[in-house]
Each structure stands twice: as structure tokens, then as C-alpha cells.
Design a protein around this ligand. Structure first.
Ligand SMILES: O=C(O)CCC(=O)C(=O)O
Length: 274
């Protein structure tokens, strides 16, 4: 485990590969109990709005709750590994799921038009209290982030095989690729559910920003080759294809491949036959 400035715990290559395959990274109970207790007051009062594109250190000045949240070693290390130093804040929001209230949100991605193959935003989601199955934890569909859809066009899909209904201890932080299909679930409990979200835009190229000591570990390939149960037999393979392209960008290795998927498709000989 490698640490950077101020004790940041960077992600490993295997964790990055897992993020590239799944579209999310979950850090359980990384926020200490006293900060979680404070968060319930801070979030109830509301976090002041931040103009689009404000650098994170200006958006949340030193001493504020959010600044301290983002300084926690595992949170800071994951953010740096995914989007690099001093990203911009796209927007933030406190998301409530009322007790016995409302309906589940339709499945959606948080991007209407964003087909970047070589970069991504991340959304931090922080849960200051325990989330039980009844409490309307966020639902997400692992491996859906690289399938190009527009925002809520996936809303008609219900209960995809392998979907993840978040149940987590207090102080859990989840990072989502901006394209991941997700939605708040209905809250069937007596408890108001809080979640604080911040979307970050990178301001540097997202290349080798993590702890790369294990870059050649076979686990990296295993993570990148992951299959998810909702994938179609044939089209599901395109997800692996997209992951290879993203891994090439993230590592700068233009020859990286899994079983020649991209190499084969890139074969366009330019020489005429003699
Ligand atoms: O409230 C939630 O769990 C999810 C909210 C959501 O989908 C979003 O912020 O885009």
C-alpha cells in the first residue's frame, strides 16, 4: 500500500482495473463515527452551492466538513488515483430518501451526452449512517458505465441480473464512473436516508495516477476480464472491448489487450499487395 501527500492511500492497479470493469469502487466505513455524527447536522442544513468548474480546494475551504471529508487518507487517495490532483467540482447535492416516501428513481446515468472514451468524471457518494436493505440505498448495475446510453433512457429496465442494492455501514464512500446506471431506491424504513454526492471533473490526463507497483500482476487482467450476469452473450463482449480502450488510455500502453479483441479490430494494413 503506497501513500502520497498527507498520507493519501492510493489505489492499486488491481483496484483501478476493478473500477474500469465495474464502474464503481466502494470504501466501507472509511469516515470515522464522530464525522458521521457531524455530517447529519451539516447535510440537514445544506451545503452551500458551488459554481460549475470550481477547483476543489476553493469549493470547500479548509476547516469545512467537506474539506475534511475529502482529506481522509483513503478518500483523498482514491480521488487522486481516479481523477488526479485538484479536480474541479462539477456540482454537489444532498440526496434524501424520505421514510416510507416516494418511489424508486428510474435507472439512469448522470450524463446526457458524454461519449468520452479516454476520460471520465467520478461521483463521490457518501453515506453518513448505516444503510439497510429497506432504507433506499443506491441501486447500481455493475459493468454498465461504458455502454453508451443517454441519461434516463435506461429507466424502463427493472431488476437487471447482478444489480447491486447498496447496503453499507456508516461512513461508507462509493466512487462511481459518470456513466454507471444507478438510481435511488424507495425507502421502506422509518429512517430518513442521507447521501451526499459530489461530481468531479479531472483537470489532468488520467494516466498512471495510482500506485502502479502491481501493474503486471495477473489479478489486473482477471479484473479487466470480469463478466456480469446481465450482459448479452455477444454484445456483452463490447464491454470488454471498451475496457481495453480505457485501460490503454489510463496506462499509456497502446498495445494492451485481452485475447486480441482490439488488436484484431485495429488491423487495417496500408500496404498494397506486390
Ligand atoms: O439517492 C440516491 O441514492 C441516488 C441519487 C442519484 O441517482 C443521483 O444523484 O443521480
Amino acid at each position: 500500500m503506497k501513500t502520497k501527500d498527507m498520507g493519501e492511500v492510493l489505489l492499486t492497479s488491481a483496484q483501478m482495473a476493478r473500477f474500469v470493469a465495474r464502474g464503481s469502487l466502494r470504501l466501507d466505513a472509511v469516515v470515522p463515527p464522530e464525522m458521521n455524527a457531524e455530517a447529519l447536522h451539516v447535510l440537514a442544513e445544506g451545503v452551500p452551492p458551488v459554481p460549475y468548474g470550481t477547483a476543489v480546494s476553493r469549493a470547500f475551504p479548509q476547516g469545512t466538513f467537506v474539506h475534511r471529508l475529502l482529506e481522509l487518507p483513503q478518500v483523498a487517495g482514491a480521488l487522486r488515483s481516479l481523477v488526479g490532483p485538484e479536480p474541479n467540482v462539477d456540482h454537489h447535492a444532498v440526496h434524501l430518501r424520505e421514510p416510507h416516501g416516494g418511489e424508486a428513481q428510474p435507472l439512469h446515468a448522470d450524463a446526457v451526452i458524454d461519449v468520452r472514451p479516454d476520460a471520465f468524471d467520478v461521483q463521490l457518494m457518501y453515506y453518513p449512517h448505516q444503510v439497510t436493505l429497506e432504507m433506499g440505498g443506491t441501486l447500481s448495475v455493475p459493468g454498465s458505465h461504458l455502454r453508451r446510453t443517454n441519461e434516463s433512457d435506461t429507466g424502463r429496465y427493472q431488476n437487471l441480473r447482478g444489480q447491486d442494492r447498496l447496503v453499507c455501514p456508516a461512513g461508507t464512500v462509493v466512487f462511481l464512473h459518470h456513466g454507471l446506471w444507478h438510481g435511488g431506491r424507495r425507502n421502506d424504513s422509518d429512517t430518513l436516508r442521507y447521501m451526499f454526492k459530489i461530481r468531479f471533473n479531472p483537470v489532468v490526463r488520467q494516466r498512471l495516477l495510482w500506485d502502479t507497483a502491481d501493474l503486471d500482476d495477473p489479478q489486473v487482467l482477471r479484473e479487466l476480464d470480469a463478466h456480469f450476469p446481465w450482459y448479452e452473450q455477444a454484445t456483452g463482449r463490447l464491454e470488454r472491448y471498451q475496457r481495453i480502450l480505457l485501460w490503454r488510455e489510463l496506462t499509456g500502453d497502446a498495445t494492451f489487450d485481452l485475447d486480441h479483441w482490439v488488436t484484431r479490430v485495429a488491423n487495417r494494413p496500408q500496404e498494397d499487395a506486390a
